[in-house]
Write a protein that binds this ligand. Structure first.
Ligand code: GRF
Length: 216
């Protein structure tokens, strides 16, 4: 399987889920822009090299991204996985790694882009929300969709916190699943821009109780 790099800024629960799913040996480096990110400890515990590139140490976004890119290019990687990485990436960076950067967003895209997607879904009183893994392009949260997971909102019992936790559980199954698919060359971007994910007999077992919620 190919290797990948993960970019984090905070808690790192998705990084932990990747490790739990057996992906730690395939993460060649974790890069954090935040020296205090909790995810750094998770990477260390899993023997993954960590590199802190603090955006505050740079005079411009360009310089910060050049530094990140230097790190990326020094490690073997087929894929760049954003996992709670809280910096907007410039067109320069995104164009440097075409169809190589993925992100997970806590809504069913294209609904509820941007910050506080869970709150947005809750306030809109929609009955279903979820999480989406997509390729990163210049327009925030608008890149080609690889897979989405859906879950019901119970407006009588849920509040935004319970909703965030439920979505996070879904993310923790969905993200490692998609990463493995990409690393196994089972994801292709078609000429019309849609993404084809090749199905496998092992998929249902991996997705477990989430199998009917996840669409790809
Ligand atoms: C998740 O909610 C993810 O959807 C969003 O950022 C959050 C990261 O959480 N992109 P964690 O740092 O992985 O716990």
């Amino acid at each position: 399987m190919h290797k990948f790099i993960t970019l984090i800024s905070g808690r790192g629960s998705n990084l932990a889920a990747m490790c739990k799913a057996g992906l730690a040996p395939y993460i060649s480096c974790v890069i954090s822009n935040n020296p205090n990110a909790k995810g750094i400890e998770i990477a260390k515990k899993n023997n993954i090299p960590v590199c802190i590139v603090n955006h505050r140490d740079f005079i411009s976004r360009e310089n910060f991204e050049q530094a990140i890119s230097l790190v990326i290019d020094n490690f073997p990687s087929q894929l760049i996985v954003l996992a709670g990485f809280m910096r907007i990436l410039s067109p320069w960076f995104i164009e440097k790694y075409p169809q190589k950067i993925i992100n997970i967003h806590p809504s069913i895209l294209p609904a509820f882009t941007g910050a506080n997607a869970q709150q947005q879904a809750f306030d809109a009183k929609v009955k279903t929300t979820g999480a989406t893994v997509h390729f990163v392009t210049e327009k925030l949260d608008h890149g080609p969709i690889i897979a989405s997971g859906a879950m019901a909102i119970n407006h009588d019992n849920d509040d935004v916190d319970t909703l965030c936790n439920k979505i996070l559980k879904l993310e923790h199954i969905l993200y490692p699943f998609v990463i493995k698919k990409i690393l196994n060359d089972q994801v292709k971007v078609l000429a019309n821009g849609a993404v084809e994910v090749i199905k496998d007999i092992a998929d249902d077992k991996i997705l477990g109780k989430f199998k009917s919620n996840i669409h790809y």
